[in-house]
Design a protein around this ligand. Structure first.
Ligand SMILES: Nc1ncnc2c1ncn2[C@@H]1O[C@H](COP(=O)(O)OP(=O)(O)O)[C@@H](O)[C@H]1O
Ligand SMILES: CC(=O)OP(=O)(O)O
Ligand SMILES: [Mg+2]
Length: 393
């Protein structure tokens, strides 16, 4: 019998989960998986520590499982896998921590209530991050639950990178750039010294390209800038989010086109991005497989925005030593990585096409001036480490 830490990571299109056994100071992975495509084609996958498939379930075309339905399937499965081991704690990804939550925190009713203020700032995530916490606080109040924040890692950004050019009182009140995917970037920064020692000590841009997508500039492993801002709708176009948009467009939609706040929220969070531009799908796999002109336009716009943001982040860093690809698209879509690397040739990025076709890890020729890497992210391990450390403290 051992103590176990369970981890829940509710993303916009998936719930990822893990179980770790506590072995002194170490965490041994015991179970890992996800329910992906929650709003397109749900698929449940569970793998053991050796990476062997334990279960795979694909629901029929058109079934929308959503976050709640996925948990109904997931919880009994994890409980059965737990067997005689004791659940010591659950670590959760919580996307928005605002100004107040800059490090992981033990959950209670007061913290939960305070985190609910950020639901309007992360409508695709925060409700799904908080609802399992709420249920477990009611049903198992003695079980420690720890919230780990996507925003926390970016608090090392210089003040100027966190500011909007609004009157100063807004900044003081928390209307500022927070940045997201911080647990993913923190994990990448933690393994970078083993991947590319020069990049770990230098200037690296990490591209987290999943259903949500952002990019982060790391200097000596610390975040100095990122593409997401006050909310996770900023920056790159994503599966269904528009990314950076002239705020005048929002004023025009509300003032001249009669749209209310809810309608605009739905437009920019759920109906835009790859889905909106292509008119076909939010899933990069579907777009890559399609010869529809809309799919090509959506991919071209996605790549164009990445190209421009890479230049912007390299400017913030004053140069570039490495780029790292991660998350669903970054880890698996060789064609997207190839195009991004070709677009970045002016920055000194070169591509090793053979290595890229095999998903890396190194996809630039050895000895090149700028390293290019594929590094699978592991937000769940980061959350488990934080949870373990907070319990031990
Ligand atoms: N083999 C693949 N080729 C291209 N895209 C992929 C592949 N596998 C996954 N993806 C993309 O990754 C996205 C999901 O990324 P992920 O990081 O798991 O998302 P989330 O933001 O929900 O955490 C999917 O929308 C899909 O487009
Ligand atoms: C913050 C965010 O967009 O997360 P995800 O990519 O998991 O949807
Ligand atoms: Mg994610």
């Amino acid at each position: 019998m051992a103590d176990a830490i369970a981890v829940l990571n509710a993303g916009s299109s998936s719930i990822k989960y893990s179980l770790f056994l506590v072995r002194g100071k170490d965490l041994a992975p015991s179970l890992r998986g996800q329910v992906e495509g929650l709003y397109t084609r749900p698929r449940f996958v569970a793998k053991n520590a050796a990476g062997e498939l334990l279960e795979e379930t694909t629901w029929a075309e058109g079934v929308q499982l959503g976050h709640a339905g996925a948990l109904d399937h997931l919880v009994p499965f994890v409980r059965a896998h737990l067997g005689r081991d004791t659940l010591a704690a659950i670590g959760h990804r919580v996307v928005h921590g605002g100004m107040e939550y800059t490090r992981p925190v033990r959950m209670d009713a007061a913290v939960l209530q305070s985190l609910e203020q950020f639901v309007p700032l992360a409508p695709l995530h925060q409700p799904h991050n908080l609802s399992p916490i709420r249920v477990l606080l009611e049903r198992m109040p003695e079980l420690p639950q720890v919230a780990c924040f996507d925003t926390a890692f970016h608090r090392s950004n210089p003040e100027v990178a966190q500011m909007f050019a609004l009157p100063a009182r807004f900044h003081a009140q928390g209307v500022r750039r927070y940045g997201f995917h911080g647990l993913s970037y923190e994990y990448i920064a933690s393994v970078l010294p083993q991947v590319d020692a020069r990049a770990a000590q230098g200037r690296t841009v990490v591209m987290h390209l999943g259903n949500g997508a952002s990019m982060c500039a790391l200097r000596e492993g610390a975040s100095v800038a990122s593409t997401m801002g006050f909310t996770a709708v900023d920056g790159l176009p994503m599966g269904t989010r528009c990314g950076a948009i002239d705020p005048g467009v929002i004023l025009y939609l509300v003032g001249q086109r009669g749209m209310d706040v809810r309608a605009v929220e739905k437009l920019i969070y759920n109906e835009s991005g790859l889905l909106g531009v292509s008119g076909l799908s939010s899933d990069m796999r579907a777009l890559l497989a399609s010869d529809d002109p809309g799919a090509r336009t959506a991919i071209d716009l996605y790549l164009y925005r990445i190209r421009r943001e890479l230049g912007s982040l390299a400017a913030a860093l004053g140069g570039l030593d490495a780029i790292v690809f991660t998350a669903g698209i970054g880890e698996h879509a060789a064609f997207i990585r190839q195009r991004i690397c070709e677009d970045a040739a002016w920055l000194g990025v070169q591509l090793d096409g053979v290595a890229n076709a095999k998903d890396g890890p190194r996809i630039s020729p050895a000895g090149g001036r700028v390293g290019a890497w594929v590094v699978p992210t592991n937000e769940e391990l980061m959350i488990a480490r934080h949870t373990h450390a907070l319990l031990a403290a």
